[in-house]
Design a binder for this molecule. Structure first.
Ligand SMILES: Cc1cc2nc3c(=O)[nH]c(=O)nc-3n(C[C@H](O)[C@H](O)[C@H](O)COP(=O)(O)OP(=O)(O)OC[C@H]3O[C@@H](n4cnc5c(N)ncnc54)[C@H](O)[C@@H]3O)c2cc1C
Length: 373
């Protein structure tokens, strides 16, 4: 049986970033991906926002990694020609209650280390975005947008360059993980045929299916709190001239799993709105949400948007660790040594801001696997 140093399961942005970080000429690495191209799942179905680390609880990995990753993403983009734009973001408030809410958000974000935030008044909002209705807002100058595929192309190129070979194996689904040899026997199916490879380290970055992969390795997913709840978000695109240039967010709804329906500008100049959040039992990317509900949320801060100009666009599915109504959970990035699974690194619940955090998640994982190389 072939022996390698590490197997990365899943070629989304996280798996590719990890591969680019741990690759080296003296290391044999495989990145196994069940689809026939990389980045076909959540990594290509998101808002492509470079987050600043505004909303996440202080002390959480989400907050810490996002604040650290934000300038790193810009640096990668600038150095390696990945399309991006530092558009800036405003979180707008209308009325006393929302103003108090954004003041609370501002306090938390500042304590987490988010850079350059300012509370601005209605006049300043009007100067920045004349069509936006707001009594006050948080201005975040370091929030921007990135071409997620461009970023994945970069990580993949880096992984290939550092390996001196192509580590990516497409159309290959991992179906079993057994402890054996110097680490794990990874079972997979490719082109209808079964294969096995022995790996000293296994990195589970399987996104929506990371709980299934952890279960294959013999982890009790329910006892460990690793069960993933799929939470879908739909987007509607706007025809006509975009009424705002920046990213414009409402205050996050208190009882929902989303940040609120916000503007989602892309690098071609098109504008979408979304994503909302609702839990689902199957992976179906058709847009199912009600246009009127979307429109009702949007016109609170962009009153000139017309209902008939909104069209169902795309959707993505979040890999959430919390189910409906549960408290917010953090990323799990864990070497499972203490559970008797030396060499198994689980990445579970890598929802937003996972795209932004990918290069820093990769550094954390590289620190965990270095003892196996
Ligand atoms: C609606 C929405 C909006 C978002 N917006 C943002 C945003 O603006 N900014 C931000 O920072 N983050 C955002 N995110 C989060 C971000 O998209 C994710 O955190 C990130 O894409 C997760 O990447 P991943 O590599 O972990 O998962 P994925 O991209 O899902 O990759 C996992 C891969 O594993 C493969 N796989 C699964 N099981 C197996 C198996 N058994 N064998 C082989 N391969 C397997 C899958 O095919 C897939 O390619 C958003 C997410 C959603 C859903």
């Amino acid at each position: 049986m072939e022996k390698v140093d590490a197997v990365v399961i899943g070629a989304g942005i996280v798996g590719l970033a990890i591969a680019s970080e741990i690759a080296g000429e003296d290391r044999e690495i495989y990145v196994l991906e069940k689809e026939t191209a990389y980045g076909q799942a959540t990594s290509s179905r998101n808002s492509e926002v470079i987050h600043a680390g505004i909303y996440y609880p202080r002390g959480s990995l989400k907050a810490e990694l996002c604040v650290k990753a934000n300038p790193i993403i810009y640096e990668i983009c600038e150095r390696h020609g990945v399309p991006h734009r530092r558009l800036g973001k405003i979180v707008v408030a209308n009325g006393e209650e929302e103003i108090r809410q954004i003041e609370g958000i501002m306090k938390n974000a500042t304590a987490c280390g988010a850079r350059g935030l300012k509370l601005i008044d209605a006049d300043r909002v009007h100067e920045l975005e004349p069509n936006v209705r707001a009594d006050a807002a948080i201005l975040s100058p370091t929030t921007g947008i990135v071409d997620a595929h461009g970023l994945m192309d970069y990580f993949y190129r880096e992984a290939r360059r550092k390996c001196g070979a192509d580590p990516l194996v497409l159309g290959t689904e991992v179906t079993g993980l057994e402890q054996g040899g110097d680490g794990y026997i990874v079972e997979m199916v490719s082109g209808g045929e079964g294969f096995e490879v022995e790996a000293r380290a296994v990195i589970n970055s399987a996104g929506l299916h990371a709980d299934r992969v952890a279960d294959m390795a013999g982890i009790d997913v329910d006892r460990e709190g690793y069960r993933i709840h799929w939470c879908k978000g739909d987007y509607f695109s706007l025809t006509g001239r975009p009424p705002a240039r920046m990213l414009v967010y409402p205050p996050p709804p208190r009882d929902e799993a989303s940040l609120g329906i916000h503007t989602v500008p892309d690098l071609t100049g098109r504008l979408k709105f979304g994503p909302n959040a609702y839990y689902v039992d199957e992976i179906d990317y058709r847009v199912e949400s009600d246009r009127d509900k979307f429109w009702g949320d949007i016109v609170k801060y962009l009153p000139m948007v017309r209902r008939e100009d909104l069209h169902p666009d795309m959707s993505g599915i979040r890999a959430k660790l919390q189910g409906p109504g549960d408290p917010v959970r953090d990323f799990v990035i864990r070497h499972e040594e203490d559970k008797g699974h030396t060499g198994l690194i689980n990445l579970i619940g890598i929802e937003s801001p996972g795209l932004t955090c990918a290069p820093v998640i990769a550094e954390v994982v590289a620190g965990m696997v270095k003892e196996f190389f």
